[in-house]
Ligand binder design. Sequence first.
Ligand code: DX5
Ligand code: ZN
Length: 221
Amino acid sequence: MSHLQAKAKVKLVAPSILSADFANLEKEIKAVAAAGADWIHVDVMDGHFVPNLTIGAPVVKSLKRVSPLPLDVHLMIENPERYIQDFATAGADYLTIHIESTANPSQVIQEIRSLGVKPGISLRPGTDVEKIIHLLPLVDLVLVMTVEPGFGGQEFRLDQMAKIQRLRQEIESHSLPCLIEVDGGVNEKTLPYLSQVDVLVAGSYIFKNSNYKTAIDFLKA
Ligand code: DX5
Ligand code: ZN
């Protein structure tokens, strides 16, 4: 078994604060950190790339002040190149863009890295995985959407599993240091499909559970 395969078995958990109590984000972040979370997943939506609107760089800056965990910022915005400087300054640790959101993804990825932030690439469920294969050597993270981006609490799409296999094969065969992250509908029922994944994003499964530690322990087990 290669080093990367062995690493794939130890899962990181990134609670998505989209399902947290927005009036108490500091408390929520500290609670999931105490419950064993690894990263905080922050969903940024612009009302154009996706129909929903959420938060921007000023909120990320405030979260950075109180979060003991790295901020994993998922940009669901058109032309992310307009904002990456703001999110880098705000303290994002990972900045993931969508392949569908910009004309020149490799350039944006390089800009993110030049700002001292770890870049990630993501794709919608309807986008062919082959479109991002050439970007894998440039990123720290590939984020596979297992729901249509825009909202928490949707049902997991099993039809995305072939993408994970294809990405794992590419990462292994070229020994790339790129993590595979999955986002959308992750819970105790869908976990068995995710053995090849390094990072699990989970919003409703964690924040709708009365005990965050129980939910996080389950995902990490
Ligand atoms: C959806 C977001 C997700 C969302 C996941 O566009 O990218 O991060 O919060 O929520 P759950 O885990 O409830 O499917
Ligand atoms: Zn997300």
